[in-house]
Design a protein around this ligand. Structure first.
Ligand code: ACO
Length: 426
């Protein structure tokens, strides 16, 4: 509590509303008292609503700052590893050597999935979108661990977190293998997290896959850049599902479903489809004209963000990683040239400048994923894999503190009470 108060006057009623200060960021006004006075607050899309208290991630959208447990994303992306960031998000502190070894070894211990799980894949069409398969398969994990899971028991929650982080690469790679009709590849304990994922994606029983360390590092960095982003749509979905005390694997499946949309995690796939549609730098200007035309629903995918009204700090690291990967592989991708031209024009154009639209994390990630050999329809699966520790950290934080079932209210504008009319009388 900050000691400050906001005063709300409704007719002749004066309502004092307490103001709370966080460690950094805007103060929040506690509006609970308005309910006692017979009112709801109205904020569609939660534009101005802090739905919870959290210690995990801080974003300053105007300054382009993203901190996980206080550490800037630029430092984590360039100096840490994804596994270490997972530990940090879940536990609040960077691990010492022994803690890190213990965490990594627990993850390695849980990378395999129950053999029975492969039959869930076989129930899908081979051309099913991998995000549909991910939702189904991750949700199905709840059937394997429901009875042995007491969400009130911190040790049970810890094991669920490890299971999810460990199994997501296996499940994601199995989505790919199933879609191309190749046998599933089992995880290998001697490989690091990202190398293991790449090998499960690209090895076959006929030929092993030698992991290129540049690609493994880029993959790891992409996972770090997606690891958490405070109360975004999918994380809020996980919290909301979790607030009913639902099984955590089912809650993560709900988060995956929310992530899939092109306004959220589906944007990385949409960016490459957009670049392919534009086709050449000669068409960039006409495409930008279409984006600006309000009678046309075309959007510049990979641009804009609900919170960042300045550069997305993840996009900066992503762009740098993109340059590194393409030059290490000697790839000259015309898509990169196209993306850069698009960015250059948009950053100068008053339409984008006045609306504070900048490239977001998805603008360059697709070009790197393409260079690594990840197929387009798997891009959002990569995002889901990377975001898993964030989802679990938020679920954990909620469950281990006092919470209430999430239950928004509404401004009802439908019919008032009326009497049922029998079919014969309509
Ligand atoms: N292209 C063109 N115009 C845009 C774009 C865009 N990418 N983004 C926003 N605008 C315009 C809107 O049309 C609106 O214009 P108006 O004021 O004339 O009506 C104005 O900018 C404000 O945009 P809102 O839609 O109100 O912003 P909001 O915060 O609700 O949306 C969102 C944010 C959904 C990310 C939006 O910018 C968008 O759709 N971007 C493209 C999809 C994308 O890249 N999503 C990934 C987001 S990052 C992530 O989830 C990992």
């Amino acid at each position: 509590m900050s000691g400050k108060k906001a005063q709300l006057t409704i007719g002749d009623q004066n309502i004092d509303l307490p103001i709370y200060s966080g460690s950094v960021g805007p103060d929040v006004i506690d509006v609970k008292e308005v309910l006692a006075r017979g009112y709801f607050t109205y904020d569609p899309g939660f534009m101005a609503t802090a739905a919870c208290e959290s210690k995990i991630t801080f974003i300053d959208g105007d300054q382009g700052i993203l901190l996980h447990r206080g550490y800037p994303i630029e430092q984590l992306a360039t100096q840490s590893t994804y596994e270490e960031v997972c530990y940090l998000l879940l536990n609040g502190e960077l691990p010492d050597k022994a803690q890190m070894e213990n965490f990594s070894s627990s993850i390695r211990h849980h990378t395999m999935v129950n053999e029975q799980l492969q039959f869930f894949y076989r129930g899908f069409r081979r051309d099913a979108h991998p995000m549909a398969v991910m939702c189904g398969v991750v949700g199905a994990l709840s059937a394997f661990y429901h009875d042995s899971l007491d969400i009130r028991n911190p040790e049970h929650r810890r094991v669920s977190a490890i299971r999810l982080i460990a199994k997501m690469p296996t499940i994601a790679a199995m989505c790919y293998k199933y879609s191309v009709g190749q046998p599933f590849v089992y995880p290998r304990d001697e490989l690091d997290y990202s190398s293991n994922f790449l090998r499960m994606m690209f090895a076959t029983p006929c030929a092993d896959y030698e992991v290129n360390p540049v690609l493994a590092k880029a993959m790891d960095r992409i996972f770090i850049l997606h690891a958490d982003h405070e109360q975004n749509a999918s994380t809020s979905t996980v919290r909301m599902a979790g607030s009913t005390d639902a099984n955590p694997f089912a809650c993560i499946a709900a988060g995956i479903a929310a992530l899939w949309g092109p306004s959220h995690g589906g944007a990385n796939e949409a960016v490459l489809r957009m670049l392919a549609e534009i086709g050449s730098v000669d068409h960039v200007e006409s495409f930008v004209r279409r984006v600006k035309d309000k009678s046309d629903s075309t959007k510049l995918m990979g641009f804009g963000h609900r919170v960042y009204k300045n550069f997305d700090p993840r996009a900066k690291v992503m762009k740098q990683t993109c340059d590194e990967v393409l030059s290490a592989l000697g790839i000259d991708d015309p898509m990169l040239e196209l993306a850069m031209k698009l960015e250059e024009i948009a950053l100068k154009d008053d339409y984008f400048v006045s609306r504070k639209l900048y490239p977001n994390v998805d603008f360059y990630s697709g070009i790197i994923l393409k260079a690594i050999g990840i197929p387009l329809n798997l891009f959002t699966v990569i995002f889901a894999l990377g975001r898993t520790p964030g989802w679990i950290a938020h679920w954990q934080e909620m469950i281990s503190n006092p919470y209430k079932i999430a239950r928004p209210r509404q401004l009802y504008t439908g019919n008032t009470q009326r009497d049922y009319v029998a079919p014969s009388a309509r």
